[in-house]
Design a protein around this ligand. Structure first.
Ligand code: FES
Length: 219
């Protein structure tokens, strides 16, 4: 029997069905911080917002400095069902088996979260990136607080096209929003139109983020 969709677009008729795991994590989110946050009981905090939809994610972590592992991961969001389910799953992945090593947590990709969730609709991939980015921000906050400056990972804010002021982060955002070809990215950002020298770099970034978020098989 065909699965009944959870969401139907009334204009296009497109439909989505969330996996059982997404529903479970949405209805019973793990590690969510229900009470008012008391910053003093956490070692570090990360906050990010998604320019794509205006949603916000806040994550708190505790770290075992001797083992360099994340022992606690709490979160809150003003986000959709996919953001809630993916962050809930991310919190489980990071804290299961006594806590993940920080370096390993930094390598978690949105694809890894989606795999554990049994998939997300393409247009919801950016929701899983929110938790991932907030976790990186919290880890960077930990590195700052403990003066481990050489371990801080900076997000790509490098300007790729000085004419349009397009940054690497703009290219990443465009890919996340489904612009996975040079033409589509140029349509959104105008990158390289008056500065074609940057196009090889733009194409390289599109390939990189396309693979990061959609995986090599899906292109
Ligand atoms: S977090 Fe913005 S639509 Fe899901």
């Amino acid at each position: 029997m065909k699965k009944k969709p959870d969401v139907v677009n009334k204009f296009t008729g497109d439909s989505w069905a969330y996996s059982k795991s997404v529903r479970d994590h949405f209805f019973k989110p793990k590690n969510i911080l229900w009470e008012k946050p008391v910053d003093a009981i956490f070692d570090a905090e990360g906050v990010v917002g998604s320019p794509a939809c205006g949603d916000v994610m806040r994550i708190w972590i505790n770290v075992n400095p001797k083992k360099d592992t994340i022992t606690d991961f709490k979160w809150r969001t003003f986000g959709c069902a996919s953001a809630i389910a993916s962050t809930s799953m991310l919190s489980v992945m990071v804290t299961e088996r006594g806590g993940m090593k920080i370096d390993k947590a930094l390598q978690i990709r949105p694809q890894d979260i989606m795999k554990r969730l049994g998939g997300l609709p393409d247009r919801k991939i950016h929701c899983s990136v929110l938790g991932d980015k907030a976790l990186r921000a919290a880890i960077n906050d930990w590195f700052k607080k403990t003066k481990q400056f050489s371990r801080i990972v900076v997000d790509g804010r490098q300007i790729i096209d000085p004419n349009t002021k397009t940054t690497e982060a703009d290219i990443e955002e465009a890919v996340l929003e489904g612009a996975t070809t040079l033409e589509a990215v140029q349509k959104r950002t105008k990158v390289g139109i008056g500065f074609p020298e940057c196009l090889p770099k733009v194409e390289e970034l599109i390939r990189f983020y396309r693979e990061k978020y959609f995986g090599p098989d899906l292109i």
